[in-house]
Design a protein around this ligand. Structure first.
Ligand SMILES: Cc1cc2nc3c(=O)[nH]c(=O)nc-3n(C[C@H](O)[C@H](O)[C@H](O)COP(=O)(O)OP(=O)(O)OC[C@H]3O[C@@H](n4cnc5c(N)ncnc54)[C@H](O)[C@@H]3O)c2cc1C
Length: 393
């Protein structure tokens, strides 16, 4: 007799959905305790989702940014912290994928990342510099084959949990603030002395504590490309797009809760439109605006990706900045609208319609590289760059 055993669905979306259901079970506790979402990150590893962006020939799955953004969105609907940790890890992986293959060390590190499902953290923010990631105060010191770095890294998400950290600094002691490099340090090559505790309004499970970072490693772990090129050619776009994927997911779940509230009211009074029905239509419209914005941004990135000159262009930078500004501002309107629909049941914690966590998490979006900083950057570019008025994507 033939006994066929059904294998689990191995598509990226199905694997992400399984992780999301685990993340959802722990999301409230992760938020309340401001703790690392260990169960969900273990599940990401078990589903082998941490290495999907690494090229197939290095042991990954060559997943593209659209697929990764979709996973961010799926996770964002369950647990914002898990989704943001996944997004930040993939942003770091994109630096390796786009700029690492010209170096033997970074190529072999990508193999390890995929094989061992390593979790990668990021340290760009620095005391005295804030979110101005294209400037550093600290400088890496290269002595023969060895490099050392000390950085007052005021925000490193899941710093204590990461297997490696990609960290920016000036290229050498005499370098200008914008003459930067990025270096990979493995967990056993650095120490972290906690300087700030991440006790925040939202995104509490990202555990983005501040640390004094001290690292020592072979100097071949410094990316051969200047950080200016890495930032402009991949990090700017992948950050704004994957963060937006997470934020869209948070807002989408808020709308689902508002819709469930309106439907429950409709069932109680058949034939009468519930009071929140019109607001639900409005909020569905706003959600579609964010979705269209993110999808258009992802398409622009895919179309531009193979052309480094266009990636470095002012028009592309403005377009990516606009994706971030739109999604980070509009999700607050959306969740607020959902709260008006659900009323006290949305305001209270512990109901099927609770939206407090969504709203608190969403407030981080405007600060994650301050929108004011991004707008002033776009404003400078728009002094010379002609506004794109076409409808072509
Ligand atoms: C959930 C979360 C996770 C994070 N994880 C990490 C991480 O893993 N690694 C990491 O390195 N960083 C991380 N960050 C930091 C983040 O990306 C920003 O760099 C940081 O939050 C900016 O801090 P800031 O507001 O103090 O800094 P600043 O950018 O210095 O801004 C301070 C204020 O000054 C104003 N301002 C500054 N510059 C300008 C300007 N040019 N024009 C107009 N106004 C200006 C803004 O209004 C802003 O509110 C994380 C942040 C969040 C919210």
């Amino acid at each position: 007799m033939n006994v066929s055993v059904a294998l689990p669905d191995s598509t990226l979306a199905a694997r992400a959905t399984r992780v999301a259901s685990i993340a959802a079970q722990h999301a409230d506790d992760v938020d309340a305790a401001a703790r690392f979402p260990k169960e969900a990150v273990d599940a990401l590893r078990a589903e082998r989702l941490l290495g999907i962006q690494i090229p197939v020939h290095l042991g990954g799955e060559s997943a593209d940014l659209r697929q990764i953004a979709d996973i961010c969105c799926i996770l964002g609907q369950s647990c914002s912290a898990t989704a943001m940790i996944f997004a930040m890890h993939q942003i770091k992986a994109s630096s390796l994928v786009e700029h690492g293959e010209e170096s033997a060390w970074h190529t072999s590190f990508m193999r390890r990342l995929a094989a061992e499902q390593l979790l990668i953290g990021s340290a760009t923010t620095e005391g005295g510099i804030g979110g101005n990631l294209r400037n550093s105060i600290c400088a890496i010191h290269v002595d023969g084959d060895i490099c050392t770095l000390e950085k007052d890294a005021t925000v490193i998400s899941y710093g204590s949990e990461a297997d490696a950290i990609l960290i920016t600094s000036r290229a050498h002691a005499d370098a200008a603030p914008a003459d930067q490099v990025m270096t990979v340090f493995l967990k056993d090559q650095y120490s972290l002395e906690k300087t700030h505790v991440w006790n925040t309004l939202g995104m509490r499970g990202t555990c983005s504590d501040g640390f004094l970072f001290k690292g020592k490693a072979p100097s071949e772990q410094i990316f051969p490309k200047p950080f200016a090129e890495i930032a402009a050619q991949s990090m700017l776009a992948t950050s704004h797009l994957l963060w937006s994927g997470v934020w869209y997911g948070i807002a989408a779940d808020a709308v689902l809760r508002a819709q469930a509230f309106v439907r429950a009211a409709a069932r109680k009074s058949p034939g009468v439109a519930p009071p929140g029905a019109i607001r639900l239509a409005e909020v569905s419209n706003k959600l579609q605006i964010v979705k269209s914005n993110v999808i258009a941004g992802l398409k622009a990135y895919e179309d531009t990706k193979s052309d480094p000159d266009r990636l470095m262009s002012m028009g592309f930078a403005i377009a990516m900045n606009n994706v971030k500004i739109c999604s980070s501002e509009t999700i607050l309107e959306i969740i607020n609208h959902a709260m008006l629909i659900c009323g006290i049941m949305g305001y209270k914690n512990g109901t099927p319609y609770s939206l407090g966590r969504h709203l608190r998490d969403a407030h981080s979006a405007q600060l994650m590289i301050s929108n004011d900083r991004i707008l002033s950057n776009s404003a400078n570019l728009l002094l010379v760059q002609k506004q794109d008025t076409s409808l072509s994507i």
